[in-house]
Design a protein around this ligand. Sequence first.
Ligand code: UT7
Length: 333
Amino acid sequence: MQKIRAAITGTALYLPDYVLTNDELSTMMDTTDEWIMTRIGVRERRIARDPGMVASDMGSIAVKRLLDKLGVTPDQVDALICTTSTPDYVFPSTATVIAEKCGIKNAFAFDLKAACSGFVFALETVAGLIQLDKYKRIIIVSSEKMSWMTDYTDRSTAPIFGDGASAVMIEPSEEYGVIDSVLRSDGIGLTYLHMKGGGVVNPSSYETVDAKMHYIYQDGKVVFKHAVAAMADVAEYVIERNGLKSDDVDWVVPHQANVRIIDATAKRIGLPYEKVMINIDRVGNTSSASIPICLAEWEDKLKKGDNLILAAFGAGFTWGAVYLKWAYDGKKQ
Ligand code: UT7
């Protein structure tokens, strides 16, 4: 019997309208467009300025667009997984809120948390679910309101992040979909990248807010070093394990953390820049949404049978790469 693979059969995204440029950031902190472009590669990012626009809103817009585009009704969806580091609530899951907003009642929904690696971890999870041969349509929606936990007086983090959401439909296929993957995590990452306050260790209080513990904390240099090594390692590993030559790879879809990290990954696996999806200049680092936002933006260019390598790195640390055969010609929808 043929293996049942998890194939992406559609994508849709939502990006907030507000464009926060480096020039505007320079009025808020001591920075310049030149520094940010050289060291990070972000020129502008989208921000959901309305406090009422939360992860479930952005995510449900992306999911509704996906259903409309594919002509799928909410009751035809079997499961919905949301990846986010900016959930609406500690509980219940943002996935259940999104399912409710989209009228998805005939399914189970849950959040999967792996920071910026959330999408590739979710894809691996769905690949396992699809092999059970019980589920016909599973949605992964990645929605991140990074501005919520960004300190706009901190020049070492604020230029990096942006907001956005993207959703993909996953269906069984014998020919296309997830072929292989390698995922890893290492808890040493906690020290270098986390939100100190708001959890059980440091519950929110006047003190934690005064100490700005509700914002992203990172030791950028350490994170950078780990990200460069880890993303390139797993991408190279998955390419070699599947006997792919660089010519066989049609697209690399890296997590958009920093353009220098993307460059280093592309160089290590010997792939020309034209084959690397890069939108960090326009949308910044949208954490787990960054890979599916790229897939949605590049959808028109993708062809049935294209070999894609997705590679991510995030807090935890978590990281991983997925080798995926694209299932449809982008222009079909
Ligand atoms: O998705 C995973 C999440 N995080 C990441 O992927 C982040 C990974 N790390 C990075 O991307 C980089 O480490 C940063 C972009 C955060 C920082 O770049 P860097 O090249 O490592 O800079 P640095 O922290 O070593 O700072 C170099 C200098 C410092 O000044 P001095 O001490 O040399 O005088 C900083 O104060 O640049 C200064 N600096 C800035 N200057 C202008 C730091 N941020 C800024 C800024 N504008 N925004």
